[in-house]
Design a protein around this ligand. Structure first.
Ligand SMILES: NC(=O)c1ccc[n+]([C@@H]2O[C@H](COP(=O)([O-])OP(=O)(O)OC[C@H]3O[C@@H](n4cnc5c(N)ncnc54)[C@H](O)[C@@H]3O)[C@@H](O)[C@H]2O)c1
Ligand SMILES: [Zn+2]
Ligand SMILES: [Zn+2]
Length: 371
């Protein structure tokens, strides 16, 4: 049994509080991780603000890295001490989707229940009442027990903050471009929304050797940061004038609009904008997540007549065990400058303040670092 500190939310829609919790030792097939870093992703904010219903109480955080401290029965104790990144979608490796190599669509993942594989949790309050872990990994915590399939060893030399971001934002954005959309070299790409996810789409577009890369945000400093990552054109979005944004994206992309547009916010308005920018044959890739129940619309005839496409991208089609080490190697080679996305390091106690900044688009990627 371990005493830990974690950011807990009682239920979706209420503020988080840092609490002392008790953490059980790992059971068979589970791993005890001492957390080193946990990124603040907008998906945590969706839960915090009640956009998504989730069970509670639950430890927040799903973009984390740490060091293996112990393993449950049946696992190799030789891995103790290894730095790891955590996947927020622990695959079961047995269902039909896993067997097809589509782990991001796993139907048997414990992460769906925010618990361990057997459906129970290793976390409890002092009174013995159980606490869940978001996506089974609840990374806003000094220590955590996680399913072994969520744990991916990192090569030497990868800083904890970078490993954490590989756990969500980087895999989501880079993978949306390279894996979900398979953007061919020379394509024009637009990215709407330049948080950790959208900026990772930009890095993915550079790796794909895209032609023009048009970036779009309401916040000028995000556009400047995207420029340092390889964006070639930009549009400062005015939410009050969507037609101007659409026109600006089309003009900047050339040839009637971008071959691929990535929506990385999750607002009906920007999803509709993304679809409206497409030239015939163009593809809109929806990466941002809306609040539950929200819908977006588009005009049917030109969409079909122009053979346009809309695709959803979950976790950048990541197979964590395969893709995380690849992204880490690219970071080490200087081809994936993940560290440039990090604009604030903070202690766990400041998580609510980080949410305030994220809510108004002020942050690129903020990362909670643990001592
Ligand atoms: N598909 C997936 O698997 C997956 C994984 C992780 C995150 N997400 C989702 O991706 C989205 C982005 O996450 P993030 O952490 O990068 O968020 P973020 O809040 O850091 O970034 C959003 C960006 O959009 C900008 N923006 C807001 N309104 C705008 C508008 N009207 N026009 C143009 N720009 C606008 C903001 O200034 C900000 O830079 C969230 O919805 C998150 O839940 C999806
Ligand atoms: Zn995330
Ligand atoms: Zn599965």
């Amino acid at each position: 049994m371990h005493e830990i500190e974690a950011a807990v939310i009682e239920r979706a829609g209420v503020p988080t509080a840092v609490e002392d919790l008790l953490l059980d030792d790992p059971h068979p097939g589970e791993v005890l991780v001492r957390m080193t870093a946990s990124g603040v992703c907008h998906s945590d904010l969706h839960v915090r603000d009640g956009d998504w219903e989730r069970p509670g109480p639950i430890v927040m955080g799903h973009e984390g890295a740490g060091i293996i401290e112990a393993v449950g029965e049946g696992l190799d104790p030789g891995v103790v001490g290894r730095p790891v990144a955590l996947s927020w979608y622990a695959p079961c490796l047995r269902c039909r989707q896993c067997q097809r190599g589509r782990q991001w669509l796993c139907t048997g993942s414990p992460s769906l229940r925010h618990a361990q594989v057997d459906g129970t949790t290793r976390l409890a309050r002092a009174d013995g009442s159980p606490v869940l872990a978001y996506c089974s990994i609840g990374t806003m915590s000094t220590r955590q027990v996680v399913p072994a399939t969520a744990v991916v060893p990192m090569p030497d030399g990868v800083p904890p903050e970078v490993a954490a971001l590989i756990g969500c934002g980087v895999s989501t954005g880079v993978g949306a471009v390279l894996k979900t959309a398979e953007v061919p070299a020379g394509s024009s790409v637009a990215v709407i929304g330049l948080g950790g996810v959208g900026l990772s789409c930009v890095m993915g577009a550079v790796l794909a050797n895209a032609g023009r890369i048009v970036v779009v945000d309401t916040n000028r400093s995000k556009i400047d940061l995207a420029g340092t990552l390889g964006a070639t054109h930009w549009v400062l979005a005015d939410p009050a004038d969507p037609a101007a944004t659409i026109g600006g994206i089309r003009e900047a992309a050339g040839e009637g609009g971008p071959d691929f547009v990535f929506e990385a916010i999750g607002l009906p308005q920007t999803i509709e904008q993304a679809i409206s920018t497409l030239p015939p044959g163009g593809t809109a890739v929806l990466v941002g997540m809306t609040a539950f129940g929200e819908t977006a619309s588009f005009e049917g005839f030109p969409f079909v007549d122009g053979a346009r496409r809309i695709i959803g991208s979950n976790y950048g089609s990541a197979a964590a065990a395969l893709d995380f080490p690849r992204y880490a190697e690219w970071y080490l080679q200087g081809r994936l400058p993940v560290d440039r996305l990090i604009d604030r390091r903070l202690p766990l106690i400041e998580l609510e303040d980080a949410f305030d900044r994220l809510r108004v688009g002020q942050a690129a990627r903020q990362v909670v670092v643990f001592e």
